[in-house]
Design a protein around this ligand. Structure first.
Ligand SMILES: Cc1cc2nc3c(=O)[nH]c(=O)nc-3n(C[C@H](O)[C@H](O)[C@H](O)COP(=O)(O)OP(=O)(O)OC[C@H]3O[C@@H](n4cnc5c(N)ncnc54)[C@H](O)[C@@H]3O)c2cc1C
Ligand SMILES: *[C@@H]1O[C@H](CO)[C@@H](O)[C@H](O)[C@H]1NC(C)=O
Ligand SMILES: *[C@@H]1O[C@H](CO)[C@@H](O)[C@H](O)[C@H]1NC(C)=O
Ligand SMILES: *[C@@H]1O[C@H](CO)[C@@H](O)[C@H](O)[C@H]1NC(C)=O
Length: 566
């Protein structure tokens, strides 16, 4: 085994303490904006755009600050014949989950449901309102000497929102890396008959059967009011980044997760490089400041980022492979400067803040069943070997982040142990604009989903990824049964949630001219690509069943018969 160990950095940090320094920074705005007071509103996500670029409208928004106000807000909806969508403080999900169906619908925001309700130190339980930010939950628990063992890497999400989409960190140990595995109770407000005042609070304890539906609910069962989570005694984590060649990744991809409690890995296929995150639990008395200011998630100086975006647009849309690969090398080297700080006195913000018009990306995350992860890695290598330079754009954004999850008791949680592969890549502000080597990324995603039976993260991904995905959940039927009982009139459902859940055979794919260029569909006709620009619908290069928009036939250059027909 080639041992090219290079220890990049060593820090000791507090439990999942991804505490982003916010001093002097600009928090994102409320995603709900109304033309008149709390009426005539629009909602978007933290990126300022849903994958289909929809403008989402609502008649009104309410901001309950107690459970009683929340019950009243839910009750008002059926009384006024309105449907409801729940919005959060920052709206971080990419898909249209938070988007109301029509302009007559209403939004209930959890912005003011942001208090800790109870902290039982002896029983190691915390109960919070659903709008509490992950960051504040972690702080409240830590103040009592307790820790939430696993969480997403970004702490600006709410507990209600992150649970709804099954968000997670990384672990194969015990219950695994998903937050919903640590939920031991919740209170949810659902619609009710007029005789019960149109709304009711349901309390689901640890052994209530419906908890399996409510823990990961896509927001379609009602509004979660409070959540109770099981905590652990506070600990620290010892983190070391180990960089190696990717030659033995097939062997390591599962082994790494078994070896380290919080392990993950980042793979840059174009560069042939893997950065393993060796991350283990250590005693809370271990030295270290307990801070993990994650490089890609910290707030940053605005200055220069708009220019950087223009350079990127040029590179992605009209650049050469050589230029893109040079850029990937530079970013990769830049990542080693782990503690570079934003300049003093400059305005800082989240780098994806739409007010800047700088970072604009897609984010796909697909969990491949653990026992298929080795074969998936081998297939991606085959795709890479055909043209390593096609991966430079992906590598420049960190490559593939692999994280671990255990099989879940949640009906819409991952049904089996899995490795979640997360990729972030360039998105154009112009709908339908070609991206460099988009065919390779599309093939990779289709491979993960269709060849390896992957599960798309409910809060990430483009439309096509959800097509048929719900059929891979053995408990989807149980979920729909609970939905039918809790919300028989579908007040919390939208066209989008019905499409994602496959209700009455609905599909989230939008089949129209150019749809595959945007990930709204998998192409089945050249018109779904951009024939005028030379992009035609063609089979994948390694996964032949894939259908991708490509400038060249799959077997161009191999001397084989050219076969662009489908
Ligand atoms: C920068 C960034 C980093 C991320 N990192 C990770 C990561 O490391 N791991 C990971 O798994 N995910 C990650 N995500 C995805 C993120 O965790 C999910 O998108 C999460 O759902 C966002 O939570 P939110 O509070 O913004 O909810 P929203 O996106 O606003 O809402 C999500 C859904 O939940 C519903 N909802 C919200 N609150 C309630 C409630 N109280 N009752 C009922 N329904 C409700 C909404 O209606 C909507 O349908 C990341 C996202 C971003 C932008
Ligand atoms: C919205 O409400 C208005 C006023 O009640 C009504 O006239 C209109 O038809 C409704 N629109 C939809 C799409 O339901
Ligand atoms: C809750 O949110 C409100 C509105 O943003 C804010 O003023 C308040 O400080 C927050 N409370 C807590 C406990 O975080
Ligand atoms: C790429 O080139 C096309 C055609 O010359 C041009 O219209 C487009 O604006 C260019 N894109 C960028 C981002 O420079």
């Amino acid at each position: 085994m080639a041992m090219e160990l290079e220890s990049l950095a060593m820090t000791l940090l507090l439990v999942v303490g991804l505490l982003i320094g916010l001093a002097g920074s600009s928090p994102p705005p409320d995603p709900v904006v109304c033309a008149r007071g709390t009426s005539d509103c629009t909602i978007t996500n933290a990126y300022g755009s849903f994958p289909d670029r929809a403008t989402c409208r609502a008649a009104s928004v309410t901001y309950p600050s107690t459970e009683e106000e929340l019950v009243a807000a839910v009750a008002a909806a059926p009384a006024a014949r309105r449907k409801v969508k729940v919005a959060t403080r920052y709206s971080h999900s990419l898909p249209k989950l938070a988007c109301p169906d029509g302009r007559n619908d209403t939004i209930i925001s959890t912005l003011r449901l942001n208090n800790t309700v109870r902290l039982d130190t002896a029983a190691r339980l915390i109960t919070v309102e659903s709008g509490v930010l992950l960051r504040d939950l972690i702080r409240a628990a830590a103040a009592a000497g307790l820790a939430l063992p696993h969480s997403p890497y970004w702490s600006g999400v709410t507990i209600g929102g992150l649970l709804a989409t099954g968000a997670h960190g990384s672990s194969l140990w015990r219950n695994g890396g998903a937050v919903h595995e640590y939920v031991v109770g919740l209170r949810i407000v659902t619609p009710a008959p007029a005789s019960q005042g149109f709304a009711t609070v349901r309390e689901l304890g640890a052994h209530h059967l419906d908890l399996g539906a409510a823990k990961v609910s896509l927001g379609v069962l009602g509004v979660i009011s409070q959540v109770t989570l099981a905590l652990q005694p506070l600990f620290k984590r010892s983190v070391t980044f180990v960089e190696r060649h990717d030659s033995d990744l097939e062997d390591q991809v599962v082994a790494w997760g078994r070896r380290h409690e919080f392990g993950d890995l980042t793979w840059q296929p174009g560069l042939g490089k893997v950065v393993y995150r060796q991350d283990d639990r250590v005693d809370v008395s271990s030295p270290g400041n307990g801070l993990n200011d994650h490089l890609t998630l910290r707030s940053r100086a605005a200055l220069g980022r708009v220019d950087a975006r223009r350079t990127e647009e040029q590179l992605e849309e009209n650049g050469t492979d050589m230029a893109r690969c040079a850029a990937a090398e530079t970013t990769s080297a830049g990542d080693r400067l782990m503690h570079r700080q934003p300049g003093d006195g400059l305005l800082t913000s989240c780098k994806w803040d739409p007010r800047l018009g700088a970072t604009f990306v897609y984010n796909a995350a697909i969990s491949v069943p653990l026992h298929k992860a080795t074969a998936f890695v081998a297939d991606v290598k085959r795709l890479r070997d055909l043209n390593p330079r096609a991966f430079c754009g992906l590598d420049a954004r960190g490559g593939l982040l692999a994280r671990y999850l255990r099989a879940s008791s949640a009906y819409l949680g991952k049904p089996e142990d899995a490795v979640d592969f997360d990729i972030t890549y360039y998105r154009s502000y112009a709908a339908g604009a070609p991206r460099a080597h988009a065919d390779v990324i599309d093939e990779l995603e289709q491979m993960a989903l269709r060849k390896y039976g992957g599960f798309p993260h409910w809060g990430k991904n483009r439309n096509f990824a959800f097509d048929g995905a719900v059929d891979r959940y053995p408990k989807a039927g149980e979920f729909l049964e609970v939905k039918g009982r809790y919300d028989p009139d579908g007040l919390f459902s939208t066209k989008w949630s019905d499409q994602v859940l496959g209700v009455d055979g609905a599909s989230p794919s939008v089949v129209e001219e150019g749809c595959a260029m945007e990930g709204l569909c998998v192409c089945s006709d050249h018109s779904h690509c951009a024939p005028v620009l030379g992009y035609l619908c063609r089979p994948g290069k390694v996964y032949k069943e894939a259908r991708v928009c490509s400038l060249q036939p799959a077997d161009a250059g191999t001397g084989a018969r050219l076969d662009g027909e489908l």
